[in-house]
Each structure stands twice: as C-alpha cells, then as structure tokens.
Design a protein around this ligand. Structure first.
Ligand code: RIB
Length: 343
C-alpha cells in the first residue's frame, strides 16, 4: 500500500486538508514552520504524489512516452538520450518502451502510455510492423487525442508530424564517395526493405550508380535487418560477386561485415572497403575506424520533442502536421581505400 496524505496527516498531527494544501503547493495561511514539518514528515514516510490522479485533474502529467525498436542498437540508445534531454529541458519526464523489433509490442506500449496519461508520444516503429497495424496504431492515438511525432521510419499513406533524415541523399553520398575512390563493383547491404529508410537509401545507391553510368545489378544487393545474423550470407554473396566495396545501410551491419571479413581472412580496407550509416559512437572505436554517413541524432531528438510539446501546448487547436527533414553528412575515417588508377 502506498503512503497516502492520510498517513502524513496522522504522523505529523496536522489535518488532511492542511497536509493536502502543503503537498500540492497551494497558497495557505499555514505557518512556515508547520509547512516544513509536513514536508519533512512526507519525505520521512516516502510519500509520493499520485501523478496519475494529478494528471487527471490537470489533464497534464508532464510525462512523454517514447517507443523504440532496439535499444541494443546505439542509434536508438543515443536517440532515447537525445529525446530525454530535450524533454527534461522543457520540464517533461520520459518513459520509454523498447519493442526489440517484436511489432505486436508497438501497440502494447502505445496502450500502456495512454493508460498512464502521457501528454504525448515519440514513435520509431518496429522494422516489420505491417502497414495496416502501423495505421491502426496511429489512428488509436488520434482517437484518444494523444499528440504524437513519428521519427525516422515513415508510415505509408499516413500524413503525420514527423522528423526524419534525408535517406536518399545519405545513400547517394555513401555510394558516390565509393565511386570517387575508384570502386565500380559495389555491394549494398540493406536494412529491412519494408522500411522507408532502407528503400530510400537504396534509391540513393541507385541514383549514384546511374550518375556514373554504372549498371545497377540487383544481385549485388543483400537484405539485412539493421542488426546481426545476415552478415555471413551477405559476405559470401559479395565475395562471390567480387565486389571491392560494400555500402552497409547502418553501422551495426557494417561491424557485421567486419566480423565476416575477419572470418574469411579478408582485410579491410585493403581487400574490401566498407561504408556504414548512422555514425554511432562505436565507429571511432572499431579498427579500422568506420567511414559512415552521420545522422544528426541529437537534432532528431530535439526536433521531435519541440514539435511534440508544440502539439501538447496547443492541443485545443488544429495544427497542420509538421514534417522536419534533416540532412546527413559524410564522415571519413579509415575503412575505404582509393583504387583510382595512379593514386
Ligand atoms: O541503425 C538503425 C537504423 O534504423 C538507423 O539507420 C535508423 O535510421 C533506423 O531506420
């Protein structure tokens, strides 16, 4: 049983009314000495206000929810950190749910957050969430008038507030850099192709090949899962096809290619060049340092909470959905060699 206002009143010797006024920070004529005694008694007993009850009264809990698909991937742990910093800066607390890419949990967490009266939700959906369920989830929030911002992975056929990074540009930059280093036979190790992020990065890969008159060969494209488990299959395809470089659509899969190359006795970058995507902190730690496409994770967190708190604080108005698209950038380290003739 939780400590209640009644327990604090009994222990301190003050009335329930006086204790309630003090613990709810209301204007009172209660002497300061008595106020301090009530507060110290509450502290001693471990009293905590029932934020849900307060939230129901005020219609605001100052609590935000965050759904992420894989907190073992530093992209998402760094994202949850940036969302938390942005929330705290605006006086909000954050609770988050990690679905571990089990897409039925997306809806479970949304219902849990609504049950706990969060004021708004930031959502990065699971990789294989079916389109119909994606739409059902977002419509569920709309029916409950819960403001939300979609981050990174766009729902198809559903216009909502969103923060994303220009994935086509990112895929193009990665591939163009490899071509400028003399590579012509370039493998592409994609994320789940049902995600807009993966599809758009693949579009950028194709765009760069076309610009340099290099024929697109779908046999050089291997679908992964933004995590691990597909790197050995990918490596065998890439070695079989004699690629000289691989564009991995996220850093975790690039590290998988490092591991598979090591197992096959292939040296990076002298025998195989690798570029990743995200620029998570590990890129500087692995050897050789991973050349990659930087996603501005801090800015993603800041922009998603800025938009969300705008929606919360103007919840009585109909506001046109805001789509914020941020720009990626190339970060050159040591995982690519130039094979340009004469260099
Ligand atoms: O690393 C996880 C990937 O999933 C990131 O590239 C992010 O953009 C998300 O789509």
């Amino acid at each position: 049983m939780r400590v209640t206002i009644k327990d604090v009143a009994k222990k301190s010797g003050f009335s329930i009314t006086s204790v309630s006024l003090v613990l709810n920070n209301k204007e009172t004529k209660i002497p300061e000495s008595s106020r301090q005694l009530i507060l110290s008694t509450a502290e001693e007993l471990g009293y905590r206000p029932n934020r849900l009850a307060v939230g129901l009264l005020k219609k605001k809990t100052k609590l935000l929810g965050l759904v992420i698909p894989d907190n073992s991937n530093m992209f998402f742990s760094e994202l949850s950190k940036s969302v938390e910093i942005a929330a705290r800066k605006r006086g909000y607390s954050l609770i988050y749910g990690n679905t571990s890419d089990v897409y039925s949990r997306d809806y479970e967490y949304l219902k849990l957050f609504v049950d706990h009266q969060v004021d708004g939700i930031v959502i990065t959906k699971s990789s294989h969430l079916p389109e119909k369920e994606d739409i059902r989830n977002l419509e569920f929030l709309q029916k409950n008038n819960v403001p939300f911002v979609v981050v990174d992975r766009q729902p198809k056929g559903f216009h909502s507030d969103m923060v994303t990074v220009n994935n086509t540009t990112g895929g193009y930059m990665a591939t163009k850099y490899l071509i400028e280093c003399g590579h012509r036979k370039i493998g592409c190790f994609t994320g789940p192709l049902g995600l807009t992020t993966s599809q758009q990065r693949l579009d950028g890969y194709k765009k760069a090949l076309e610009e340099f008159n290099i024929r697109y060969d779908e046999n050089l494209v291997v679908e992964g899962n933004f995590s691990s488990g597909f790197e050995d299959k990918a490596m065998s395809v890439f070695l079989n096809k004699k690629v000289t470089a691989v564009f991995c659509q996220n850093d975790i899969m690039a590290f998988g290619i490092y591991r598979a190359a090591n197992k096959s006795g292939i040296k990076i970058p002298s025998q195989l060049s690798v570029i990743g995507y995200d620029n998570i902190n590990l890129c500087d730690i692995v050897y050789p340092g991973l050349t990659t496409i930087h996603q501005p994770i801090d800015q993603i967190g800041e922009e998603s909470v800025r938009i969300l708190t705008k929606l919360i604080e103007n919840s009585n108005q109909k506001i046109e959905a805001e789509v914020k698209e941020l720009e990626p950038k190339l970060v050159i380290r040591n995982s690519i060699i130039s094979i340009v003739e004469g260099e």
